[in-house]
Design a protein around this ligand. Structure first.
Ligand SMILES: *Cc1c(COP(=O)(O)O)cnc(C)c1O
Length: 364
């Protein structure tokens, strides 16, 4: 039984007819750039996420970049963010000329530790950029209060948390902006690259619309240097179909996570901690385990995929080496040495999960 980290085929098979019809409609319309599907998807996503505005763009990385730029973060500014995340989070900070200030995480949730964020604030700090890592909302009310108290911008990296929420509110609705990715393997994924910025701020939304389209509000009038970063019309058509199913996909991810928890009970591994404050949508199902190589080998021998997100924290990346000496992140380093992510997708079956747990038990 070969089990991949993510199986996108089953979902495609289930939606095939609708998706192919939607793509054919776009092809027939020949309205390929910023057409009716982008507009409709932005409306539907904003309604789902409970925000006033949602602006589509070309990727999750661009969503972060556009949000930081629209918010006015620039050279000389510091932005507090975790090092235990995908490189794009910090890249976007560097794109606008600001400096990422890496802060340590909570050892159980892997999300930014608000107390350490507070301690890292300097007169240059302009924004806090938490990541809702693996699909679990960061400690967002604490971060919100802290940002209000210190007059800092709060920008959320929601690339892994579409549909995750806290107290009935969705991630992406708490900060000045929320930044989403529709990379194919994300909880809501398209069939290429795509991204979205959410905001309740009318001025920011206008700025985002201008920036994503060559700095242009009106055709051939350019007020600022912008980008070509539009959400593709065909991807928007696909996302509109998938958005209708996202709650079901996330419900199945949670079910699968809880089946894993059951199956791994009694073994010397730490199963994912749910802090109970928010709804975790399990973009990844991530264990802490000693002897990770042994477990990975046993899984691999059985044809089961596994992955380490993330083996090298960002402060240890070559590109950020000048920050290394000033950065001490013991919890991040510990996590990077022990995390192991198991296959996770809605269509994973209880039988497959049971099998994976047995292979792990045999290795420990
Ligand atoms: C995937 C991801 C991104 C980047 O999204 P892309 O659409 O691939 O550009 C940013 N941050 C995090 C945490 C991610 O997981």
């Amino acid at each position: 039984m070969n089990i991949p980290m993510v199986d996108l085929k089953q979902q495609y098979q289930a939606l095939k007819q609708n998706i192919e019809q939607a793509l054919e409609d776009v092809l027939e319309s020949t309205h390929f750039i910023l057409g009716p599907n982008v507009q409709a998807f932005e409306k539907e996503a904003a309604a789902y996420l409970g925000v006033k505005h949602a602006v589509g763009c070309a990727s999750g990385t661009d969503a972060l970049h556009l949000a930081l730029r629209a918010a006015g973060v620039r050279e000389g500014d510091e932005v507090i963010t975790p090092a235990f995340t995908f490189i794009a989070t910090a890249e976007a900070i560097s794109y606008v000329g600001a400096k990422p200030v890496f802060v340590d995480i909570d050892p159980r949730t892997f999300n930014l530790d608000p107390a350490l964020v507070e301690a890292a604030i300097t007169p240059s700090t302009r924004a806090v950029l938490p990541v809702h890592l693996f699909g679990q909302p960061a400690d967002i009310f604490a971060l919100q209060q802290l940002c209000a108290r210190h007059d800092l911008l709060l920008i959320e990296d929601c690339a892994q948390s579409f549909g995750a929420g806290v107290e009935g509110r969705m991630t992406g609705s708490f900060g000045l902006a929320g930044c989403f990715s529709f990379f194919p393997s994300k909880n809501l994924g398209c069939y290429g690259d795509g991204g979205l910025v959410t905001t309740n701020d009318d001025v920011l939304a206008q700025e985002l619309l201008v920036l994503r389209n060559h700095g242009s509000r009106q055709r051939y009038h350019h007020s600022v240097i912008g980008y070509n970063s539009r959400l593709d019309e065909m991807q928007a058509a696909i996302l509109r179909i998938k958005l209708k199913h996202i709650d079901e996909y996330n419900r199945l991810r949670r079910r699968n996570a809880h089946l894993y928890n059951e199956g791994l009970k009694g073994l010397p591994v730490a199963t994912p901690f749910e802090d109970g404050k928010g709804v975790h949508v399990f973009h990844q199902y991530t264990l802490l385990v000693e002897g990770r190589e042994r477990v990975q080998q046993a899984l691999s021998d059985a044809g089961i995929a596994s992955a380490v997100y993330y083996p090298i924290p960002l402060h240890r990346q070559e590109v950020y080496q000048e920050l290394l000496a000033a950065t001490s992140l013991p919890v991040t380093e510990q996590a990077a040495g022990r995390v192991l992510s198991l296959p996770m997708f809605p269509e994973l079956t209880p039988e497959q999960i049971n099998h994976i747990c047995q292979v792990i038990a045999g290795a420990l």
